[in-house]
Design a protein around this ligand. Structure first.
Ligand code: FAD
Length: 502
């Protein structure tokens, strides 16, 4: 087969991949980024790049016949999802038995679809989760660097108190305070000044036009506006979209060889090629990186990988739930799609919870408070290879999500008691109040210090690195992308200093 060679390859263009590409490029290393999804820079026939959440079309979903939104129903009615034609859309929902994982597909990975919440984890918890990482260095240097590079900003609190867009958050806050709980403002990569002008009618609406999960047409500083153009701007980094890496191996002289499939936006195969490189960085996300490594180990392509690869995977304890409020407690028809407030109950010794006060931007009054709770669920999943269909499957039983529900229930029972409210049971397709069968925050699979050394060097094979959420063993206690970004900055700095010729 025809084979190209580049010194360094980065697989995936999410947070870990984007950071790594920029720092390699700055160091003068010719680098190729291979991204399975498309480049989101061309407007469709409606003049917009992304579709809205309320009117999803083919752009919404990664090769599905029907959208698969996190809220499956309203009043148990299947009003939310739409038939769509299969396309290289921006949001994927990967099904693994008892667990579905949401992830972003495109140049920018999860940054295209996420809520932009940029949270530095609690230091003592970070130290527990990643004891081999020097916390002084992270909190003194790499978290501030990540925040700066990502363009993190905070909401103007005077505006927050009076605007219409965050009425829903103020109502939730009042209910939390009535239960004696603490709330905290959460920084975001969405430009809050743009949002303020959206409400005034001075800027095109995105967060205020129900845009989140299927992409934002304005206002959000996703990676395709921060790290990635900077990486390309070094002159050393090339990004190839709609290029999916299928398999990895390493030749005796150390050359990594990738089998890469190119597709068009409709999924038609355009050909397969081999790409060789000397340094290989895996930034395909927790699922993507783990899948590539587990398959490579089990098929004998990378036989020296450790048995720790494919372990220590978790959901960051994600649970979603809604509360039904009294008819006089309006949460508002206009709701910012970008959350700005959380209930911080992480210090609870039994049931720590950090609950993001989430929007329900349906464009109509629903008297509902929605939350994405992050809990400390100790359960972990493992990945196994199935030779019959060459697939890598996550083993996660629905019951492993129970500790997440226990924690969320303890907190929200307390809020309901203090406010005379109850749960909504009509949002998740059946009559469950708590949705713990999906996660937005897949973490682990190639855990730092276990499957890798303390800097993300994958054990067993030379010049092979994990750079993304796969490094974090299952939990960060907060929304994870700032942690992923800062860790990637820290690791690539060390790797560039030690593993590359001067
Ligand atoms: P990703 O960002 O997942 O990037 C991996 C990339 O690799 C993808 O673009 C993928 O297409 C590509 N890829 C995968 N496999 C291959 C392959 N074989 N070949 C080529 N390319 C491949 N986090 C927060 O901190 N705050 C939030 O507010 C927040 N909200 C979220 C809302 C939603 C709806 C979702 C889905 C996630 C949210 N997250 C949030 C989580 C956050 O987006 C992820 O933790 C983060 O994107 C993970 O970064 P990563 O670098 O590990 O990988």
């Amino acid at each position: 087969a025809e084979r190209d060679f580049v010194p360094a390859v980065v697989i995936g263009s999410g947070y870990g991949g984007a950071v790594t590409a920029l720092r390699l490029g700055e160091a003068g290393v010719p680098t190729l980024v291979l991204e399975a999804g498309r480049q989101w820079d061309r407007a469709g026939e409606d003049g917009r790049i992304f579709c809205s959440m309320l009117e999803p079309d083919h752009r919404s979903s990664w090769f599905k016949n029907r959208t698969e939104a996190p809220l499956a129903s309203l009043m148990w009615l299947d009003l939310v999802n739409r038939a769509v034609r299969p396309f290289a859309g921006v949001l994927d929902r990967v099904h693994h038995g008892g667990m579905s994982v949401y992830l972003g597909r495109g140049v920018g990975g999860g940054s295209l679809v996420n809520g932009g919440m940029a949270v530095v984890p609690k230091r003592d918890y970070f130290e527990q989760v990643l004891p081999e990482v020097d916390a002084d260095e992270m909190y003194g240097r790499y978290f501030p660097l990540a925040n700066r590079m990502l363009g993190v900003n905070s909401v103007d609190q005077d505006w927050f108190e009076t605007c219409e867009s965050y009425r829903y958050a103020r109502v939730s806050r009042a209910h939390a305070h009535r239960a004696g709980l603490r709330t905290t403002f959460v920084p975001n990569v969405y430009d809050f000044d743009h949002m303020r002008r959206e409400e005034l009618g001075e800027a095109p609406r995105s967060a205020l036009a129900s845009e989140v999960i299927y992409g934002n047409n304005h206002g959000k500083r996703s990676l395709d506006r921060s790290y990635l153009p900077a990486a390309v701007g070094t002159g050393n980094v090339t990004i190839r979209s709609l290029h999916r890496v299928r398999a990895l191996r390493q030749e005796p002289d150390g050359t990594h060889v990738l089998a890469v499939e190119q597709i068009d936006e409709l999924g038609n195969p355009l050909g397969t090629k081999e790409i060789g490189c000397r340094w290989l960085f895996l930034g395909a996300g927790s699922l993507g990186t783990t899948e590539l490594l587990v398959r490579a180990r089990e098929t004998g392509a990378l036989p020296a990988l450790s048995s720790e690869v494919g372990r220590h995977w978790g959901t960051n304890g994600n649970v979603m739930l809604g509360r039904l409020l009294a008819p006089w407690e309006r949460t508002g028809e206009l709701q910012s799609g970008m959350p700005a407030l959380g209930i911080d109950h992480w210090h609870d010794p039994v049931h720590p919870v950090f609950a993001e006060i989430a929007p329900l931007p349906a464009g109509t009054e629903l008297w509902t408070s929605l939350y994405l709770a992050i809990t400390r669920n100790p359960e972990r999943g493992e990945f196994e290879y199935r030779a019959a269909d060459d697939s890598v499957r996550l083993r996660w039983d629905v019951s492993q999500g129970d500790p997440s529900i226990d924690a969320a229930k303890a907190l929200f029972d307390r809020i309901n008691r203090a406010n005379g409210t109850g749960y909504r049971h009509d949002l998740f397709g059946d009559d469950r109040a708590f949705e713990n069968r999906f996660t937005y925050h897949p973490l682990g699979g190639c855990a730092l210090g276990r499957a890798t050394d303390s800097w993300g060097r994958v054990r067993g094979h030379r010049n092979l690195y994990a750079t993304d959420g796969s490094l974090i063993p299952g939990s960060t206690g907060v929304n994870p992308f700032v942690t992923i970004t800062a860790l990637a900055e820290r690791n690539v700095a060390r790797v560039l200093a030690e593993d590359f010729p001067r």
